[in-house]
Design a protein around this ligand. Structure first.
Ligand SMILES: Cc1cc2nc3c(=O)[nH]c(=O)nc-3n(C[C@H](O)[C@H](O)[C@H](O)COP(=O)(O)OP(=O)(O)OC[C@H]3O[C@@H](n4cnc5c(N)ncnc54)[C@H](O)[C@@H]3O)c2cc1C
Length: 409
């Protein structure tokens, strides 16, 4: 039976386009269906939404041909500082300080705005042979069969492929329809997300203050005087802060932010995201695979969500392209299980690790505070341990797919 595509990807957020490009460049025919109309997202102005991309993710974006067009829009993260803090009291004297100069691979990561990343993905999808993008359309049903999977869109159109990949985010309908259950919990925390202008140059330093109510991340954007803010609070406090006018919002942020960057002003749209952990019990089912947040939605405490998703992208693309070269059926469960074996443990371990860090730090217990301050002091004083953490932050540890090592598949 001739299918409409080798692979149908439900979801064209960020991981969907990355996977489509990697697969099409490997010689596969791909259809991407995205519920959001592409033009609306591509035309977004500066809104402060940005990602911390690990060095390994940069390598994948380079291998799929995106980095050249992004290189002048990223801010290298040269240093990362993390400290225990209390609003109004400043950072604790014991803090973690990671300096990229200590590892030979270069900056541990790069800050990149959502609008630039999405635009680059859209342009590449539109110009890469083998990719068909259907945007403003929703996948509503799927029917796996021995020879392929048929997928129904809200418009009634039916498409067939050898494999359906769910890149449809935390509430993945592809996973639910495949009978894949999810485990997870809320944190009763909500992230307030915005951008600020500041008087002094951030010099490429990312800051993370661990407050009892949740972490505050201050992430450097290009130009030196803008930073993206991810400020976690209890949901009740975040709701109250989000309801404030800009002046009162800034007044609430200022004591948490401190004065190390001089005067600050709000510079982005103000968003909120409820924080939760959501892990799919399996990453594959007959003729179905899950990638990115559809497989694992993690706490943004270390900015690892998209980086984890891009590891899935690299692993699934490698498994499928090698299976194609061997003439295997791409939707066969033994092929898909290679992907699951590769990614499920790593993603689950990281998700639970982020969960533990959040619980340990979003807490005002004096004993826990002393323990984590001493822990941070210890890591700071041991260069070997510190370099290990830096390689982890750069996404260089573990069994990396080829694209994340900077090698072609
Ligand atoms: C506050 C915050 C800060 C973050 N910061 C970082 C960071 O610094 N670094 C980092 O690595 N990660 C970060 N993340 C995580 C990152 O945003 C996510 O991991 C990433 O966006 C997930 O991408 P995705 O493509 O898997 O899913 P999504 O971006 O959720 O995309 C899913 C897509 O699927 C589409 N869709 C849904 N249902 C259907 C359907 N039925 N049919 C068709 N299409 C459908 C949607 O329209 C959407 O376009 C952060 C997250 C939050 C909340």
């Amino acid at each position: 039976m001739e299918h409409d595509a080798d692979i149908l990807i439900a979801g064209g957020g960020l991981n969907g386009p990355a996977l489509a490009l990697a697969l099409a460049q490997g010689g596969l025919r791909v259809i991407v269906v995205d519920a959001r109309p592409a033009p609306a997202r591509a035309e977004a102005g500066f809104d402060g939404r940005a990602y911390a991309l690990a060095l390994a993710s940069k390598r994948l974006l380079t291998m799929i041909g995106l980095w050249d067009s992004l290189a002048d829009k990223v801010q290298p993260m040269r240093q990362i500082k993390a400290s225990d803090g209390h609003a109004g009291q400043g950072a604790s004297p014991l803090f973690l300080h990671f300096d990229s100069a200590e590892i030979e691979e270069g900056p541990m990561g790069f800050m990149l705005e959502d609008r630039h990343l999405y635009r680059a993905f859209l342009q590449a999808m539109q110009t890469t042979p083998g990719i068909t993008l259907i945007s403003g359309e929703t996948v509503v049903a799927q029917q796996p069969a021995p020879t392929g999977v048929s997928v129904t869109l809200a418009s009634g159109r039916v498409l067939t492929a050898g494999l359906l990949v769910g890149c449809d985010g935390r509430g993945s309908g592809v996973a639910a329809r495949a009978g894949i259950r999810r485990q997870g919990w809320g944190y009763d925390q909500t992230a307030l997300v915005t951008a600020v202008w500041h008087e002094k140059d951030h010099e490429g330093t990312a800051q993370q203050f661990f407050m009892p109510s949740g972490p505050l991340a201050i992430l450097p954007l290009p130009g030196g005087h803008h930073s993206s803010i991810v400020w976690s609070e209890s949901t009740a406090a975040a709701t109250a802060i989000q309801a404030l006018d800009d002046a009162a919002y800034l007044a609430a942020l200022r004591p948490r932010f401190g004065d190390f960057l001089g005067q600050i002003k709000l510079a982005g749209i103000r968003f909120t995201y409820p924080l939760s952990l959501s892990l799919a019990e399996r990453f594959v089912a007959p003729r179905v695979a899950l990638v990115g947040d559809a497989a694992h939605g993690v706490h943004p405490i270390a900015g690892q969500g998209l980086n984890l998703g891009l590891r899935d992208v690299g692993a699934l693309a490698e498994v499928l392209i090698e299976a194609m070269r061997r003439g295997e059926d791409l939707g066969a469960i033994d092929v898909l299980e290679r992907y699951q074996r590769w990614r499920r443990f790593d993603a689950t371990a990281l998700a639970l690790g982020m969960d533990t860090v959040n619980r340990l730090f979003s807490n005002d217990n004096p004993l826990l505070r002393l323990g984590r301050d001493l822990g941070m002091g210890l890591v700071s004083s041991l260069p070997g341990l510190r370099r290990g953490f830096m390689r982890q932050a750069a996404g260089l540890s573990g069994d990396l797919p080829k694209l994340l090592r900077g090698q072609p598949i």
